[in-house]
Design a protein around this ligand. Sequence first.
Ligand SMILES: Nc1nc2c(c(=O)[nH]1)N(C=O)[C@@H](CNc1ccc(C(=O)N[C@@H](CCC(=O)O)C(=O)O)cc1)CN2
Ligand SMILES: Nc1ncnc2c1ncn2[C@@H]1O[C@H](COP(=O)(O)OP(=O)(O)OP(=O)(O)O)[C@@H](O)[C@H]1O
Length: 216
Amino acid sequence: MPPKVSRKSELRADIRSARRRLPASVKAAADQALVDAVVSAVLQVRPTSMAAYVPTLSEPGGPRLVTALQEVVPRVLLPILDDDLDLDWAVADGSFTAGRFGLIEPAGPRLGREAVAAVELMLLPALAVAHDGLRLGQGGGSYDRVLPRVSGPTIVPLYPGEYVPEVPAEPHDRPVCGVLVGNKPDGYEQPHLYWTNGCAIAHHWHSEQSSANDGG
Ligand SMILES: Nc1nc2c(c(=O)[nH]1)N(C=O)[C@@H](CNc1ccc(C(=O)N[C@@H](CCC(=O)O)C(=O)O)cc1)CN2
Ligand SMILES: Nc1ncnc2c1ncn2[C@@H]1O[C@H](COP(=O)(O)OP(=O)(O)OP(=O)(O)O)[C@@H](O)[C@H]1O
């Protein structure tokens, strides 16, 4: 295995095991805080259409993420893992089916891989994100294929300690715009939105938000 690839595997194993060790009550509080922070960020953009994901048992966001988004966004797209590990999409309509690798997938009609190009905001999963925006995912390369199709801001919810100075990167890795993450040790209560150095759109959005906040 090339060194970068095995360093990715090691980091994945470390983060997966840290996530599994999170006590259920801590995880539940962290997930609720993340859902609140995600909804606040979404309400700043007020998209008519966005993409999200259905968190597995150990992933940030927990079981209430998708329904919370459906309450504030008219059209939420959720991913379906295709055989080649690229992603198809369907609208979140409350119906789900079991996919591969323990994933929960939307049961509605498939919209095609390019449907995601129309979303104004994307929430996506990762095990870690680096300050340059590069993300470490589950290892399918799914989002490395999806990210070039998306023009809106791309944001990853993380648990404390998962926004890191760097991750092992390969040439195909694509950066994300932002992360929602708390600082240890109280970070399970108060996630913040941080912009990575990987996205021009986010800086634009960020400066608009800042000038609005300045009262100017
Ligand atoms: N909730 C959620 N949905 C998602 C993703 C995700 O990370 N989280 N994806 C993100 O791309 C896509 C699914 N991609 C995936 C690709 C590969 C594996 C996978 O290989 N899982 C193995 C781990 C293998 C290993 O440890 O090496 C497994 O769970 O057993 C899982 C998901 C789309 N939907
Ligand atoms: N644009 C692409 N087209 C086809 N395969 C790709 C593409 N980008 C990456 N891959 C393949 O995906 C595999 C896994 O990539 P990587 O380890 O970066 O996944 P990841 O970003 O962590 O996972 P994911 O995005 O699914 O959460 C690599 O072997 C790579 O060859």
